[in-house]
Design a protein around this ligand. Structure first.
Ligand code: MRU
Length: 351
């Protein structure tokens, strides 16, 4: 089969197109194959269509095998899509909720009720109530799109700061997906990896598969593949031994909520990684936009931790399924936001 025959025909995808190369599908902004993007388009991840109207989401549950959209016709449907993780990642669920409130306003729905339903979709990421609060006085599509654009801009700025923490030949390890899918475009921790790779500082990325829903092996690996960044998926339980063998220079993750003292909630397993990193003398960095900061929660003990359906683990036995954990500030070498690199004591540097 010739190289050109491996590309399947272009399929429409909103204002974009999708081409397949083998089993991998790429968003393209134009019909020309050489325009294959290495970055997911923000509108391809989440958008509001006023004709309909509907909030349209790239269904993250079906990636990377299928690139499929979900249309949500009401705020309740957006809330269900957030709860069921068709859209996930702290900034992205805030953006989806903002579009959901604008959708409710376009439909003439009860906005207090819509906000209540959206806010209750998932408890841990503070970006959700943060975005809804910013929509309250102006629940328009323009305001929601503005929030979306600002969030992606924050990602680019924080990634540039975070890249300063990399040295030539850095071998990084990341957990979950803090990429464009999780932020509505570009990414936080994955944005840092992109920026480091652009500066020629990144040798490779070890990607925790991230049980039980595999955000690492399905989503982060897919984004790194598109960006052309060398990577290898590992079982979550392999991180410790690879650190011990000297194969990890730094750990970088995103965050769902950062308390005033710097204690940070992120995907379950992040705390274990931070403990392992400390044991091996490896620097552990958090990269997150200011929309993830929660100055009203003094420390990590006040962060609500989502317990998801045990069936995500097993239907055969009793199970526990906490979706997040809290990494104490003392294990975090720096928290990077769009404003720069913050060091301990975080109560002062983040204030
Ligand atoms: O349950 P998820 O997939 O929504 O959890 C996502 C994470 O934990 C991410 O690391 C976090 O939201 C940061 S995304 C920039």
């Amino acid at each position: 089969m010739s190289e050109s025959e491996k590309w399947a025909a272009l399929e429409p995808f909103g204002r974009f197109g999708i081409v397949s190369y083998g089993h991998v599908r790429y968003l393209v902004p134009d019909v020309a194959l050489q325009d294959v993007t290495h970055e997911l388009a923000p509108e391809g991840i989440v958008r509001l269509e006023v004709d309909g109207p509907a909030v349209v989401l790239l269904d993250q549950r079906r990636l990377p095998d299928e690139v499929v959209e979900v249309r949500c016709g009401s705020a309740a449907e957006v809330a269900a899509a957030i709860r069921d993780m068709a859209v996930r990642g702290a900034p992205a669920i805030g953006i989806a909720a903002a579009y959901g409130l604008a959708l409710a306003a376009l439909r003439g729905d009860d906005l207090a009720e819509a906000e209540h339903v959206l806010a209750a979709a998932r408890p841990t990421a503070v970006n959700l109530p943060w975005a809804l609060a910013r929509m309250r006085d102006d629940p328009t599509p323009e305001r929601a799109r503005g929030l979306h654009e600002e969030e992606v801009d924050r990602c680019r700025r924080m990634a540039a700061h975070a890249a300063e923490l990399f040295r030539p030949g850095t071998r990084a390890l990341t957990h979950c997906n803090a990429g464009g899918l999780a932020t509505g475009g570009y990414g936080s921790a994955v944005g840092a990896l992109r920026a480091a790779a652009e500066r020629g500082l990144l040798e490779c990325v070890l990607v925790d598969e991230t049980r039980p829903l595999l955000q690492g092996s399905r989503l982060t690996a897919w984004e790194l593949e598109q960006a052309g960044i060398p990577h290898a998926v590992i079982a979550d339980s392999a991180a410790g031994s690879l650190m011990a063998r000297g194969e990890v220079d730094l750990v970088v993750t995103g965050a769902d909520r950062i308390a005033a003292n710097g204690d940070t909630a992120n995907k379950i397993g992040t705390y274990s990684l931070a403990v392992l990193a400390a044991h091996h003398g490896i620097l552990f960095y958090v990269v997150a936009p200011s929309s993830t900061l929660d100055p009203h929660t003094p420390d990590g003990s006040g962060i609500p931790i989502e317990e998801r359906d045990p069936a995500e683990l097993t239907t055969r036995f009793p199970a526990r399924n906490p979706a997040f954990d809290v990494t104490p500030a003392g294990l975090i070498a720096a928290i990077v936001t769009e404003d720069g690199v913050h060091r301990a004591p975080y109560a002062e540097s983040l204030a």
